[in-house]
Ligand binder design. Structure first.
Ligand code: PMP
Length: 446
């Protein structure tokens, strides 16, 4: 008898029995197993001892006045309080289109080659959702360290992540000497070896979080050649395109033959220091943006209207204020302050050429054998212990970058801690003062 022919009373009784014996439906293993995320865990540990928080990459300084004013004015306008079109508010599309026409050196059609999202995160999820099919074992290549949303987003969209790590190639000893983020290299042969008949997408993040690497034109050409040989879609996460220090940011979409296969993702949160506003975008040919927009429409339908309007005005005003150049030099100053503090403390690091993170190499730190860790740290391995030790002993918090690696490659990052320098001068000065304690620690463990 099919369920349709079971009398309703019997069906209800069977359902009630199943309910009482089995309890509520079980959560999906993807979410059930997840404990505290790394950000919450480290923020809590930092707060518990009043550590200077250089962990999460949020700005500890307010946005410039013209940016917040733009949002306040947008909110005061009655017509800005209802649903926006799923693709985005026309005024924002126009401004983002103009920006990318300049950046990519081509006329971007805001009506077909752009979509506005709830932050870059949702643009990425929409792109994965649009181009992966469930149940087909389709693969996505992620370059490690990989921003921690990529893996769960690929899995949610039905894909399978395949990892290729950057490898440090230098004659220097990174445990003792300062190295460059350009020493972190992607081996094109290793990349190509990771491609299979099931590979559909390659995710490229430049400028890179957390290494601070800005991929050179030559490196991008090699990556682009692999994508073209295997007909891959490239999702270019360029949320830090506006923050490079004395080095040119190149969009892979500008290379010959790459526009057609690239979705470039950006973030108003990063661009204007307003990560809580949740506005981002995707740029690419209409054939790639249409399905991305379609997925976006089913995921969140549309992005909040007033802050889209606020970002549209801010983009317009940014040029009059020379905002992006001023901002870049402010970040460069913050980066230099943190590097000087680590130089002084005697801890080597990776010089970031872009973004606002720095990897410090803490291989020389010796954690006493009997040092006590809370169980939630103990369970997460050495790199988490190192970050916790920094919080407790030096009063400065960072993020354990093994969180940006698959299990097979975590060993590549166990000695590093990621510090974010999108912080006020006061915060960075206090961090510098506290990091002085490292000197004694390092001398004692020599
Ligand atoms: N990509 C990278 C590499 C990031 O570092 C971040 C934010 N930390 C994002 C995407 C997400 O950006 P948004 O806040 O606009 O969602």
């Amino acid at each position: 008898m099919s369920s349709a022919t079971v009398p309703a009373g019997e069906r209800a009784a069977a359902a009630a029995t199943a309910g009482s014996s089995g309890g509520l439906p079980k959560p999906s293993p993807l979410y059930a197993a997840a404990g505290l995320d790394v950000w919450t865990m480290m923020n809590q540990a930092a707060a518990s001892v009043g550590a200077v928080n250089l962990g999460q990459g949020y700005m500890s300084f307010p946005p410039k006045d013209f940016i917040t004013r733009a949002a306040q004015e947008a909110l005061a306008e009655n017509s800005h309080n209802q649903y926006a079109p799923p693709r985005g508010r026309p005024g924002l599309l126009e401004q983002v289109g103009a920006r990318f026409s300049r950046l990519l050196g081509r006329d971007i059609d805001p009506g077909s080659e752009l979509s506005v999202h709830a932050g870059a995160n949702e643009a990425l999820l929409s792109a994965f959702t649009a181009f992966l099919e469930h149940g087909k074992g389709e693969e996505v290549i992620l370059i490690e360290p990989a921003f921690d949303q990529y893996t769960p987003n690929v899995i949610m969209a039905g894909g399978r992540p395949v990892y290729v790590p950057l490898r440090v190639r230098t004659t220097k000893d990174p445990a003792r000497e300062v190295v460059s983020s350009s020493d972190w290299k992607l081996d094109p042969a290793e990349l190509e070896a990771a491609v299979s008949s099931k590979t559909r997408i390659l995710v490229l993040n430049t400028p890179h979080n957390p290494v601070g690497k800005v991929f050179t034109r030559e490196e991008l050409e090699e990556i682009g050649a692999v994508a073209q040989r295997h007909n891959l879609l490239v999702i270019a996460d360029e949320v830090y395109e506006h923050l490079t220090y004395g080095i040119e940011h190149v969009s892979i979409a500008t290379l010959p033959g790459m526009w057609e296969r690239t979705i470039t993702v950006g973030s108003a949160g990063k661009l204007f220091g307003v990560t809580g506003w949740r506005v981002g975008w995707a740029v690419g040919p209409a054939s790639l943006i249409a399905p991305t927009l379609s997925a976006h429409t089913r995921i969140v339908f549309t992005t909040n209207t007033p802050l889209q309007e606020g970002i549209a005005s801010a983009l317009c005003l940014a040029h009059d204020n020379d905002f992006f150049n001023v901002q870049r030099s402010e970040y460069e100053r913050r980066r230099n302050r943190l590097m000087a503090a680590l130089d002084d403390a005697g801890l080597p690091y990776v010089v970031p050429d872009g973004a606002y993170y720095l990897l410090a190499n803490a291989a020389s730190i010796k954690i006493p054998k009997d040092y006590e860790f809370p169980s939630y740290i103990e369970a997460r391995g050495y790199n988490f212990k190192l970050a916790y030790f920094f919080i407790k002993e030096f009063g400065v918090s960072g993020i354990p970058p093994t969180e940006f690696y698959s299990d097979a490659h975590k060993a590549l990052a166990v000695d590093y801690i990621r510090f974010a320098f999108c912080k006020t001068d006061e915060v960075l000065e206090e961090a510098a003062r506290r990091l002085q304690k490292l000197k004694t620690h390092l001398q004692c463990s020599d």
